[in-house]
Design a protein around this ligand. Structure first.
Ligand SMILES: O=C(CO)[C@H](O)[C@H](O)COP(=O)(O)O
Ligand SMILES: [Co+2]
Length: 225
């Protein structure tokens, strides 16, 4: 049995003109376990979001753990600054780092947890040998770049494979999924072995964000392996 599920709302589709209020909307009893901040550079993905100044502002306006998902090229160069900015976890894409073990060590030195992310087309085998150096594996369940897409069901075996590997090797590794997470999809992802769930539109598209988080958490908890 894995630990309790964690729900990390993505602020990608929040109202950025009122970001502090939008973050306050997910805080409170039974609220978010962390804030997921998507950084996009219009090179690694065909979209541009925000960079370090906005992430620093988010760190400054909540006591929740901040989870930076870096969809940027040359993560080896840029990721450490997000650790220095106070992010709790900094996740780089496996496709955008040439030295993942060295990067994880640098993030740890700066006081952050290290995450490694996989695009849907990148197999688990690409990172299997380095997972012991990371605290979190992020399995993308949409093509990175945009919120509001449909969950890619064919990622379920990858999640199962990751959970198996964690068990076989006794790793202390969170398995996060990101993209298309909703009340309609979270149960299958939890059954497959995910334990950290990023949800953007399912939370920020709801009138009552706290209720949406509570529903997702309850569904995941009832189906975690
Ligand atoms: O990394 C991302 C997109 O690349 C976002 O975190 C993700 O898409 C969240 O939005 P939604 O829950 O609406 O799919
Ligand atoms: Co993300």
């Amino acid at each position: 049995m894995t630990a309790a599920p964690a729900i990390h709302p993505s602020i990608l589709n929040a109202d950025v003109s009122r970001l502090a209020d939008e973050i306050a909307r997910i805080c409170g009893p039974g609220g978010a376990d962390g804030v997921h901040v998507d950084v996009m550079d219009n090179h690694f993905v065909p979209n541009l979001s925000w960079g370090l100044p906005v992430v620093e502002a988010v760190v400054g306006c909540t006591g929740l753990p901040i989870d930076a998902h870096l969809m940027i090229e040359d993560a080896d160069r840029w990721a450490p600054a997000y650790a220095e900015a106070g992010c709790t976890t900094v996740t780089a894409h496996a496709e955008a780092t040439t030295a993942p073990v060295r990067l994880a060590a640098e993030l740890h030195r700066l006081g952050a947890r290290a995450g490694i992310a996989l695009r849907p087309a990148t197999p688990l085998a690409a990172v299997a040998d380095v997972l012991g150096d990371f605290e979190m594996l992020l399995i993308m369940t949409v093509e990175p770049g945009f919120g509001g897409q449909s969950f890619i069901e064919s990622m379920l075996p990858k999640i199962q494979g990751a959970r198996r590997l964690v068990g076989q090797r006794g790793l202390e590794l969170s398995i996060q999924i990101d993209g298309g997470v909703s009340a309609a999809t979270i149960e299958r992802a939890a059954e497959a072995g995910a334990d950290v769930f990023v949800a953007g539109s399912a939370v920020y598209g709801a009138d009552d964000a706290l209720a949406a988080i509570g529903e997702l958490r309850a569904l995941a908890a009832a189906h975690m392996c």
